[in-house]
Design a protein around this ligand. Structure first.
Ligand SMILES: O=C(O)CCC(=O)C(=O)O
Length: 256
Protein backbone atom coordinates (compact mmCIF):
# COMPACT_ATOMS: atom_id res chain seq x y z
CA UNK A 1 0.00 0.00 0.00
CA UNK A 2 1.29 3.42 -0.89
CA UNK A 3 -0.25 5.11 2.16
CA UNK A 4 -0.32 4.28 5.85
CA UNK A 5 -3.60 2.65 6.85
CA UNK A 6 -5.00 5.75 8.56
CA UNK A 7 -4.04 8.01 5.72
CA UNK A 8 -5.61 5.65 3.16
CA UNK A 9 -8.86 5.59 5.13
CA UNK A 10 -8.93 9.41 5.26
CA UNK A 11 -8.29 9.72 1.52
CA UNK A 12 -11.09 7.27 0.78
CA UNK A 13 -13.54 9.00 3.08
CA UNK A 14 -12.74 12.46 1.61
CA UNK A 15 -13.18 11.05 -1.89
CA UNK A 16 -16.52 9.39 -1.01
CA UNK A 17 -17.81 12.59 0.61
CA UNK A 18 -16.67 15.16 -1.98
CA UNK A 19 -16.48 13.15 -5.21
CA UNK A 20 -12.83 14.05 -5.65
CA UNK A 21 -9.56 14.12 -3.78
CA UNK A 22 -6.34 16.10 -4.22
CA UNK A 23 -3.02 14.40 -3.49
CA UNK A 24 -0.17 16.92 -3.56
CA UNK A 25 3.19 15.57 -4.78
CA UNK A 26 1.78 12.12 -5.62
CA UNK A 27 4.49 11.75 -8.25
CA UNK A 28 7.99 12.52 -6.95
CA UNK A 29 10.25 14.85 -8.99
CA UNK A 30 12.47 12.04 -10.38
CA UNK A 31 9.45 10.02 -11.58
CA UNK A 32 7.91 13.14 -13.07
CA UNK A 33 11.13 13.84 -14.97
CA UNK A 34 11.10 10.28 -16.30
CA UNK A 35 7.45 10.63 -17.35
CA UNK A 36 8.16 13.88 -19.22
CA UNK A 37 11.09 12.25 -21.01
CA UNK A 38 8.86 9.37 -22.09
CA UNK A 39 6.15 11.76 -23.21
CA UNK A 40 8.67 13.58 -25.44
CA UNK A 41 9.76 10.22 -26.85
CA UNK A 42 6.13 9.23 -27.45
CA UNK A 43 5.43 12.48 -29.29
CA UNK A 44 8.55 12.15 -31.45
CA UNK A 45 8.46 8.43 -32.18
CA UNK A 46 4.87 7.15 -31.76
CA UNK A 47 2.60 10.07 -32.61
CA UNK A 48 3.62 10.28 -36.32
CA UNK A 49 2.35 6.71 -36.83
CA UNK A 50 -0.96 7.13 -34.94
CA UNK A 51 -4.38 7.22 -36.52
CA UNK A 52 -6.11 10.59 -36.34
CA UNK A 53 -8.54 9.32 -33.71
CA UNK A 54 -5.66 8.98 -31.23
CA UNK A 55 -4.14 12.46 -31.57
CA UNK A 56 -6.02 15.73 -31.65
CA UNK A 57 -4.51 19.11 -32.50
CA UNK A 58 -5.84 22.37 -31.12
CA UNK A 59 -6.27 23.53 -34.71
CA UNK A 60 -6.08 20.96 -37.47
CA UNK A 61 -3.25 22.72 -39.35
CA UNK A 62 -1.15 23.47 -36.22
CA UNK A 63 0.75 20.24 -35.94
CA UNK A 64 2.94 21.69 -33.16
CA UNK A 65 -0.02 22.30 -30.84
CA UNK A 66 -1.16 18.89 -29.61
CA UNK A 67 -4.39 19.14 -27.63
CA UNK A 68 -4.98 15.51 -26.68
CA UNK A 69 -3.36 12.10 -27.02
CA UNK A 70 -5.64 9.11 -26.52
CA UNK A 71 -4.97 5.48 -25.53
CA UNK A 72 -1.27 6.01 -24.69
CA UNK A 73 -1.16 2.83 -22.62
CA UNK A 74 -2.28 0.79 -25.63
CA UNK A 75 0.49 2.14 -27.85
CA UNK A 76 3.54 2.10 -25.58
CA UNK A 77 5.03 -0.17 -22.88
CA UNK A 78 6.15 2.65 -20.59
CA UNK A 79 2.61 4.03 -20.37
CA UNK A 80 1.12 0.52 -20.11
CA UNK A 81 3.28 -0.07 -17.00
CA UNK A 82 2.19 3.25 -15.49
CA UNK A 83 -1.47 2.44 -16.10
CA UNK A 84 -1.60 -1.26 -15.26
CA UNK A 85 0.83 -1.92 -12.42
CA UNK A 86 1.80 1.14 -10.42
CA UNK A 87 0.93 3.38 -7.49
CA UNK A 88 -1.86 4.78 -9.69
CA UNK A 89 -3.36 1.29 -10.06
CA UNK A 90 -3.22 0.69 -6.27
CA UNK A 91 -4.83 4.06 -5.59
CA UNK A 92 -7.66 3.29 -8.04
CA UNK A 93 -8.31 -0.01 -6.21
CA UNK A 94 -8.41 1.80 -2.88
CA UNK A 95 -10.89 4.42 -4.07
CA UNK A 96 -13.15 2.12 -6.09
CA UNK A 97 -12.94 -0.55 -3.40
CA UNK A 98 -12.45 -3.36 -5.93
CA UNK A 99 -10.01 -4.61 -8.51
CA UNK A 100 -10.04 -2.46 -11.61
CA UNK A 101 -10.14 -3.08 -15.32
CA UNK A 102 -8.05 -0.31 -16.81
CA UNK A 103 -9.46 1.59 -19.69
CA UNK A 104 -7.74 4.63 -21.09
CA UNK A 105 -4.79 6.89 -20.57
CA UNK A 106 -4.76 10.33 -22.15
CA UNK A 107 -2.59 13.41 -22.36
CA UNK A 108 -4.46 16.69 -22.05
CA UNK A 109 -2.93 19.96 -23.14
CA UNK A 110 -4.31 23.43 -23.38
CA UNK A 111 -1.69 25.20 -25.50
CA UNK A 112 -0.85 28.77 -24.42
CA UNK A 113 -3.26 31.43 -25.73
CA UNK A 114 -5.40 29.01 -27.75
CA UNK A 115 -6.29 26.09 -25.42
CA UNK A 116 -10.10 25.83 -25.43
CA UNK A 117 -12.29 25.48 -22.31
CA UNK A 118 -13.39 22.03 -21.11
CA UNK A 119 -17.20 21.91 -21.03
CA UNK A 120 -18.86 20.89 -17.74
CA UNK A 121 -19.51 17.16 -17.81
CA UNK A 122 -19.64 13.86 -15.90
CA UNK A 123 -17.15 11.28 -17.17
CA UNK A 124 -19.51 8.37 -16.52
CA UNK A 125 -21.84 9.77 -19.16
CA UNK A 126 -19.15 9.14 -21.80
CA UNK A 127 -18.28 5.65 -20.60
CA UNK A 128 -21.60 3.82 -21.13
CA UNK A 129 -21.00 1.30 -18.33
CA UNK A 130 -23.18 -0.54 -15.84
CA UNK A 131 -22.78 -0.41 -12.89
CA UNK A 132 -21.26 3.05 -13.13
CA UNK A 133 -18.14 2.40 -11.04
CA UNK A 134 -15.05 4.22 -12.19
CA UNK A 135 -12.84 7.23 -11.72
CA UNK A 136 -10.48 9.57 -13.51
CA UNK A 137 -7.04 10.61 -12.28
CA UNK A 138 -5.68 13.93 -13.47
CA UNK A 139 -1.94 14.35 -12.99
CA UNK A 140 -0.47 17.84 -13.30
CA UNK A 141 2.69 17.95 -15.41
CA UNK A 142 3.20 21.66 -14.73
CA UNK A 143 1.83 24.44 -12.56
CA UNK A 144 -1.85 25.02 -13.28
CA UNK A 145 -4.01 27.87 -12.03
CA UNK A 146 -6.87 30.09 -13.18
CA UNK A 147 -4.76 31.70 -15.91
CA UNK A 148 -3.91 28.51 -17.83
CA UNK A 149 -7.20 26.70 -17.21
CA UNK A 150 -7.29 24.67 -14.00
CA UNK A 151 -9.88 21.97 -13.33
CA UNK A 152 -12.93 22.96 -11.27
CA UNK A 153 -15.24 20.61 -9.40
CA UNK A 154 -18.75 20.91 -8.01
CA UNK A 155 -18.22 19.34 -4.58
CA UNK A 156 -20.68 16.56 -3.77
CA UNK A 157 -22.19 16.54 -7.28
CA UNK A 158 -21.44 12.80 -7.64
CA UNK A 159 -24.25 12.10 -5.16
CA UNK A 160 -26.99 13.59 -7.36
CA UNK A 161 -27.02 11.12 -10.27
CA UNK A 162 -26.55 11.84 -13.94
CA UNK A 163 -27.48 15.19 -15.43
CA UNK A 164 -28.56 15.82 -19.04
CA UNK A 165 -25.73 16.15 -21.60
CA UNK A 166 -25.75 17.34 -25.20
CA UNK A 167 -23.24 17.62 -28.03
CA UNK A 168 -20.58 20.34 -27.81
CA UNK A 169 -18.19 21.75 -30.43
CA UNK A 170 -15.18 20.95 -28.24
CA UNK A 171 -12.72 18.50 -29.74
CA UNK A 172 -12.07 15.71 -27.22
CA UNK A 173 -15.03 16.65 -25.00
CA UNK A 174 -18.00 16.07 -27.24
CA UNK A 175 -20.61 15.99 -24.44
CA UNK A 176 -21.44 18.77 -21.99
CA UNK A 177 -24.12 19.43 -19.36
CA UNK A 178 -27.15 21.23 -20.75
CA UNK A 179 -28.41 22.41 -17.33
CA UNK A 180 -25.14 23.94 -16.08
CA UNK A 181 -24.66 25.81 -13.83
CA UNK A 182 -27.40 25.07 -11.37
CA UNK A 183 -27.49 26.61 -7.87
CA UNK A 184 -25.51 23.71 -6.37
CA UNK A 185 -22.79 24.02 -9.02
CA UNK A 186 -22.37 27.71 -8.20
CA UNK A 187 -22.41 27.19 -4.43
CA UNK A 188 -20.04 24.22 -4.41
CA UNK A 189 -17.45 25.16 -7.03
CA UNK A 190 -13.82 24.52 -6.06
CA UNK A 191 -10.81 25.72 -8.03
CA UNK A 192 -8.02 23.13 -8.19
CA UNK A 193 -4.71 25.01 -8.38
CA UNK A 194 -1.94 22.44 -8.66
CA UNK A 195 1.83 22.03 -8.85
CA UNK A 196 3.74 19.54 -11.03
CA UNK A 197 3.28 15.98 -9.71
CA UNK A 198 0.02 16.76 -7.87
CA UNK A 199 -2.80 14.32 -8.53
CA UNK A 200 -6.54 14.96 -8.65
CA UNK A 201 -8.97 12.05 -8.69
CA UNK A 202 -12.67 12.39 -9.42
CA UNK A 203 -15.56 9.96 -9.36
CA UNK A 204 -17.53 9.03 -12.49
CA UNK A 205 -20.47 11.35 -11.70
CA UNK A 206 -18.55 14.35 -10.33
CA UNK A 207 -19.34 17.48 -12.34
CA UNK A 208 -16.14 19.18 -13.53
CA UNK A 209 -14.98 21.70 -16.11
CA UNK A 210 -12.09 24.05 -16.92
CA UNK A 211 -11.62 27.47 -18.48
CA UNK A 212 -9.54 28.02 -21.59
CA UNK A 213 -5.86 28.92 -21.40
CA UNK A 214 -5.48 32.70 -21.42
CA UNK A 215 -1.76 32.70 -20.65
CA UNK A 216 0.51 34.14 -23.34
CA UNK A 217 3.33 31.73 -22.58
CA UNK A 218 2.30 28.79 -20.39
CA UNK A 219 0.82 25.56 -21.75
CA UNK A 220 -1.32 23.42 -19.47
CA UNK A 221 -0.20 19.81 -19.64
CA UNK A 222 -1.67 16.91 -17.69
CA UNK A 223 -2.19 13.15 -17.88
CA UNK A 224 -5.61 11.53 -17.47
CA UNK A 225 -5.96 7.92 -16.28
CA UNK A 226 -9.37 6.26 -16.32
CA UNK A 227 -10.02 3.14 -14.19
CA UNK A 228 -13.22 1.12 -14.14
CA UNK A 229 -14.27 -1.46 -11.58
CA UNK A 230 -13.83 -5.05 -12.70
CA UNK A 231 -17.61 -5.59 -12.67
CA UNK A 232 -18.48 -2.54 -14.81
CA UNK A 233 -19.90 -3.85 -18.08
CA UNK A 234 -19.20 -1.67 -21.09
CA UNK A 235 -21.93 -1.32 -23.71
CA UNK A 236 -19.48 -1.92 -26.57
CA UNK A 237 -22.11 -1.65 -29.32
CA UNK A 238 -23.30 1.77 -28.07
CA UNK A 239 -19.69 2.96 -27.59
CA UNK A 240 -18.69 1.90 -31.12
CA UNK A 241 -21.77 3.51 -32.69
CA UNK A 242 -21.11 6.78 -30.84
CA UNK A 243 -17.40 6.81 -31.79
CA UNK A 244 -18.22 6.13 -35.46
CA UNK A 245 -20.73 8.98 -35.59
CA UNK A 246 -18.37 11.31 -33.73
CA UNK A 247 -15.48 10.59 -36.11
CA UNK A 248 -17.73 11.29 -39.11
CA UNK A 249 -18.94 14.55 -37.55
CA UNK A 250 -15.39 15.69 -36.73
CA UNK A 251 -14.24 14.92 -40.27
CA UNK A 252 -17.15 16.85 -41.76
CA UNK A 253 -16.40 19.78 -39.42
CA UNK A 254 -12.71 19.66 -40.49
CA UNK A 255 -11.54 19.14 -36.93
CA UNK A 256 -9.58 15.91 -37.50
O1 LIG B 1 -8.09 18.59 -18.64
C1 LIG B 1 -9.21 19.08 -18.52
O2 LIG B 1 -9.45 20.25 -18.75
C2 LIG B 1 -10.36 18.25 -18.08
C3 LIG B 1 -10.07 16.79 -18.02
C4 LIG B 1 -11.29 16.02 -17.75
O3 LIG B 1 -12.39 16.44 -17.98
C5 LIG B 1 -11.16 14.71 -17.18
O4 LIG B 1 -10.03 14.30 -16.85
O5 LIG B 1 -12.17 14.03 -17.01
Amino acid sequence: MIFEENEAAQIKSDYDRDGYVRLPGFLDPASLKDLLKNLDRYITEIVPGLSKIDVYYEAKDQSNAIRQLIRLSQHDDYFAGMMNDSAFTRLAELLIGRKTASRNMQFFNKPAKIGAPTPPHQDGHYWMIDPCEGLTMWLALEKVDEENGCVRYATGSHRNGFRPHGRTDTLGFSQGLTDFPNDDDRANEVVMRVEPGDLLVHEAKTVHWADGNTSETRDRKAMGLVYLSDRAQENKAAQAAYQKKLKEDLEVAGKI
